[in-house]
Write a protein that binds this ligand. Structure first.
Ligand code: NAD
Length: 251
C-alpha cells in the first residue's frame, strides 16, 4: 500500500517509541521521512533502521533549534507535506505536589514545543497544501490521577489543534490530533511503578480491565498515516481516540 507515496514528512521525537513507529510506517507507505529527536544517537539509529531520508535533530523546547531543523528537513526533502508533532514527556505526580519547575518543563515540551514546531512548519505546509498530526492523548480528554499536568498539556494540544485547523482552513492546511490510551513504549514502562503503587493493582490487570490490551506503537501509526493521507481530505480539527474502549466506559 502506498497511501503516502511522495509525501515529505518531518516527525519530532522519532528516535524511539510511537514517533519511530510512525516514521517507519510512513516510509513503508511511500513517504520520504526526516527523523528528529533531542537524542541524536537514537535518531541516527532509528533513521538507519527504518530507511529515513535523513535526520534533522532538535529539542522542541528550543525555538531556534526547531526552526533550524524544520528548514534542514525542507532543504533535504525539497519541501514539506506533513508535520507529525510527536515529541512529548510524562511526569507522574499528584498535581498539587508537583514542583512548579517540573510543571513548567512538561508544558515547555508538550505544549510550547508543539506550538513552535507548528509555527515553523506552517509556511511550508501552506505552500504544499499539507497537514499536521499532533500527538495528544486520552489524558487530554479525561483526567487521571498522577497525570495532572500531563493531562493539562494534552488538553492544550487538542485545543491548539482545533483552533489551528479552523484558522488554517482557508489555506488548505489540515490539522488533526491523535489521542492514544496506554501503549507499549518506554514512557509507559516509566509510569508503571507509580500507577501500581497508587492503585495497588498490577499494571497489566489495570490495562486489561480498562482497554483490553496495551496499544502498540503501530496501532497509533496506522491512525496517524490515515490522517496524514489524502484519504482524510475532509478531516480537520479532529482528535482521534484509540484506546480499546477505555474512555467509552464509566465503569
Ligand atoms: N506511550 C503511551 O502510552 C502514550 C499514550 C498517549 C500519548 N502518548 C504520546 O505519544 C508521544 C510519544 O510517546 P512515547 O510513548 O513514544 O514516548 P517515549 O518516551 O518512548 O519516546 C519519546 C521520544 O521523544 C523524544 N523527546 C523527548 N523530549 C524531547 C524534546 N524536548 N525534543 C525532541 N524530542 C524529545 C525522546 O528522546 C524519545 O525519543 C508523546 O507525545 C506522548 O505524550 C504516549
Amino acid at each position: 500500500m502506498s497511501e503516502l507515496q511522495g509525501k515529505r514528512v518531518f516527525v519530532t521525537g522519532s528516535g524511539a517509541g510511537i514517533g519511530k513507529a510512525i516514521a517507519a510506517l510512513f516510509v513503508q507507505r511511500g513517504a520520504q521521512v526526516v527523523v528528529s529527536d533531542v537524542n541524536a544517537d537514537s535518531a541516527e539509529r532509528s533513521a538507519g533502521e527504518i530507511g529515513a531520508a535523513g535526520v534533522a535533530n532538535c529539542d522542541v523546547t528550543d525555538e531556534g533549534q526547531v526552526e533550524a531543523a524544520v528548514q534542514q528537513a525542507v532543504d533535504l526533502l525539497g519541501g514539506l507535506d506533513v508535520l507529525v508533532n510527536n515529541a512529548g514527556v510524562e511526569i507522574a505526580s499528584p498535581l498539587l505536589q508537583q514542583s512548579t519547575e517540573s510543571f513548567d518543563k512538561i508544558f515547555a515540551v508538550n505544549v510550547r514545543g508543539t506550538f513552535v514546531t507548528m509555527k515553523a512548519a506552517t509556511p511550508h505546509l501552506v505552500a504544499s497544501q499539507g497537514n499536521i498530526v499532533n500527538m495528544a492523548s486520552i489524558a487530554g480528554v479525561g483526567g487521571s490521577p498522577l497525570l495532572g499536568s500531563y493531562c493539562a498539556t494534552k488538553a492544550a494540544v487538542i485545543q491548539m489543534t482545533r483552533v489551528a485547523a479552523v484558522e488554517m482552513r482557508p489555506t488548505g492546511v489540515r490539522v488533526n490530533a491523535v489521542c492514544p490510551g496506554f501503549a507499549d513504549t518506554a514512557m509507559v514502562d516509566r509510569l508503571k511503578p507509580d500507577f501500581e503503587a497508587a492503585t495497588q493493582m498490577p499494571f497489566g490487570d489495570l490495562v486489561a480491565a480498562k482497554q483490553g490490551r496495551l496499544g502498540t506503537p503501530e496501532d497509533i501509526a496506522e491512525v496517524a498515516a490515515f490522517l496524514a493521507s489524502d484519504r482524510a481530505a475532509w478531516v480537520t480539527g479532529s482528535h482521534y481516540v484509540l484506546d480499546g474502549g477505555l474512555t467509552a466506559s464509566l465503569v
